[in-house]
Write a protein that binds this ligand. Structure first.
Ligand code: BDR
Ligand code: CA
Length: 310
């Protein structure tokens, strides 16, 4: 079993990713860190605790993380896509559990140090917690197994701006810091996540199963899909965060290309863009394994088989 820590801004696809990870026989979810992005960090913590209760997985500890970007002001929430509460306005019971007293950053550092070369971090929200952890304990860069980042885009347009992806936009300075830190990174960006679509047929299949979890996910994803339709994606919604989990479960779902990636923090039209340079440039060696191809049929099938558990 691979030891993983999830770093989430729970969000609809984050909720799917949590369920997929919790139900995977190949992953041991050591803990879940929360951050801002789709919603505030407090809402992300609440939504994560609610999801874990729904999944019967309250043994997994939750650690609240950063409430705002490292340099900038907190920007708005992604209400159009994730609903007012972050979960497509699906109302779940208030959680009975609470977050741990330790911060997300402290948990990340102590877990990596206690398990050298064994911990994989999967970030699917702003990269602020990881940036803060590296600033506080730079040695984790060489002690972590790897970081899999859902974020960015090098070969396709952005989703928050014409060139920038939402998780990078949430805290561009944090992303830029992490990308140049030397930590081993795999980037699962829009290049591949926009090829892994959940469709309305899948929602019909979930509803036919008639289980509480299937109905919750179908209701949430209905909202997510309707939002995608408003921006021209009529076929379905991207399984962004689940694909980052999938790449850890089975790296053969994707093909990666090593390249030098920089994050634009200029504040201009290219702000928060992830710029991938595939040219051989000794001055700028590859710092990221960028996923550019995905076996989307095999991944979506695997996701559907496991996300609800059995
Ligand atoms: C990413 O942005 C968030 O809205 C989603 O949860 C996902 O992590 C996709 O760009
Ligand atoms: Ca997310």
């Amino acid at each position: 079993m691979k030891k993983v820590i999830l770093d989430v801004d729970t969000g609809i696809d984050d909720a799917l990713a949590i369920s997929y990870a919790v139900h995977s026989p190949h992953l041991e979810v050591c803990g879940i860190n929360t951050t801002f992005g789709n919603i505030t960090v407090e809402e992300a913590t609440r939504n994560t605790l609610q999801m874990l209760e729904l999944l019967g997985a309250t043994h997994i500890p939750v650690y609240q993380g950063s409430s705002r970007p490292i340099v900038r002001e907190l920007t708005g929430k992604a209400r159009l896509f994730h609903g007012e509460n972050g979960l497509g306005n699906v109302v779940l019971p208030e959680p009975t559990a609470t977050a741990q007293p330790e911060s997300a950053t402290q948990f990340l550092i102590s877990t990596i140090k206690a398990n050298p070369h064994q911990v994989t971090l999967i970030t699917v929200g702003s990269m602020t917690n990881l940036a803060r952890a590296i600033m506080a304990a730079p040695e984790i860069v060489t002690l972590i197994e790897q970081v899999v980042v859902m974020g960015g885009a090098v070969s396709v347009p952005g989703n928050r701006t014409p060139v920038a992806e939402a998780n990078i936009c949430a805290d561009p300075e944090a992303a830029a810091f992490v990308f140049q830190s030397g930590i081993p990174l795999t980037m699962v960006g829009l290049d591949v996540t926009m090829q892994t679509l959940l469709t309305r047929d899948h929602l019909r299949e979930w509803r036919a199963l008639d289980t509480p979890l299937a109905h919750v996910f179908a209701d949430m994803c209905q909202v997510y899909m309707d939002a995608y339709a408003t921006v021209g994606n009529l076929r379905g919604c991207g399984l962004h965060d689940p694909l980052a989990v999938g790449v850890v479960i089975d790296p053969t779902f994707v093909k990666k290309v090593p390249m030098h990636v920089e994050v634009d923090t200029s504040g201009g039209a290219s702000d928060a863009r992830t710029i991938g340079d595939r040219r051989a440039n000794p001055a700028k060696p590859a710092n990221v394994q960028v996923c550019l191809e995905v076996d989307h049929e095999r991944f979506v099938e695997h996701f559907l088989q496991h996300v609800l558990g059995h």
